[in-house]
Unconditional design. Structure first.
Length: 274
DNA sequence: CGGTAGACTTGTAAGG
DNA sequence: CGTATACAAGTCTACC
């Protein structure tokens, strides 16, 4: 699913529609998406609560609710979260619906049903696996070249795999990992500790550029992604390598190749990336 | 600790 | 046109 730019776009879209609104009813059509507590207990805990803030950490969305509790949503591969007019939703993949004390509802739709929902007291957020162990995000102050150098120095694993590790860098996913390596001119299966200082500099710059452009373009709709208004993003028109197997590299014209790296599809230009 | 394969789940595209 | 296939924006667990 959505990586950092997509989740952030959704957050920005939804914020003004849901902050300061009260949750007046909860429809849970697929209870197993609620990982904690039970679906019934989840409903009881969020009912009648006001939404104070909408935040994002990595690929997680956090609805800060009245009463020092937080509703945590991870969209995984195909989750969509959008605002709709009450009574005007037709979506065969709708899984959960939050009714607000406005004329709008917050709809969660998910074709592959891999998404995860939790509600936790704020002091127990550490129980949401992966949430508190996120590494620094691209474009953030602690995400520096020296940080990259430090985490890669002693690791022999493939650079592509490490870029996907959320504990090292928060928010990158398969599309932007490939795009960042393409922009930096680095072959995805290079051992991480083999990058020299110029390459580390180029990769750091490339990650920030790729994420920044994706944010400006309101995310990449390769297939399922939709923003908070159920609209497509625009960044799919600016991809260099992702999903472009057999097509020409925009830089050199060589044919883009697809391989499998650590179980994930990986796209690169054999001419530009070493 | 590091790294990888498999699992979860179901729709859609590509290809025969 | 149906599907005997392949692949998918992610992460968690088991295992070496």
């Amino acid at each position: 699913m959505p990586e950092l730019p997509e989740v952030e776009t959704i957050r920005r879209n939804l914020e003004s529609h849901i902050v300061d609104k009260q949750i007046t009813a909860v429809d849970i059509f697929l209870p197993r998406l609620v990982k904690w507590p039970s679906a019934d207990e989840f409903r009881a805990r969020v009912l009648k609560k006001k939404i104070n803030r909408l935040e994002r950490k990595g690929k997680y969305l956090l609805l800060r609710l009245q009463g020092d509790i937080t509703l945590i949503i991870h969209l995984r591969m195909t989750g969509q979260l959008y605002i709709a007019e009450a009574g005007h939703v037709t979506d065969r993949f709708e899984r959960i619906r939050l009714h607000l004390d406005s004329e709008e509802v917050l709809v969660y739709s998910d074709a592959r049903t891999l998404g995860t929902w939790y509600v936790m007291p704020d002091h127990e957020l550490g129980r949401v696996h992966g949430l508190e162990s996120l590494g620094p995000e691209p474009l953030s102050e602690p995400f520096t070249v020296s940080y990259l150098a430090a985490i890669f120095r002693s690791r022999t694993g493939k650079i592509k795999s490490l870029l996907l590790n959320q504990e090292l860098i928060g928010g990158l996913g398969n599309i932007y990992a490939d795009e960042s390596l393409a922009l930096a001119g680095i072959y995805p299966e290079r051992p991480a500790n083999s990058l020299n200082s110029d390459e580390l500099e180029a990769l750091h710059q490339a990650i920030n550029t790729v994420i920044s452009q994706a944010l400006q373009n309101a995310g990449t709709t390769f297939r399922d992604y939709r923003n908070g208004y159920r609209q497509e993003g625009h960044n799919q028109h600016h991809l260099r390598v992702y999903g472009r197997k057999g097509q020409a590299c925009p830089i050199c014209g060589s044919t883009i190749v697809r391989i499998e790296t650590a179980g994930r599809g990986t796209h690169y230009c054999p001419q530009c990336q070493h």
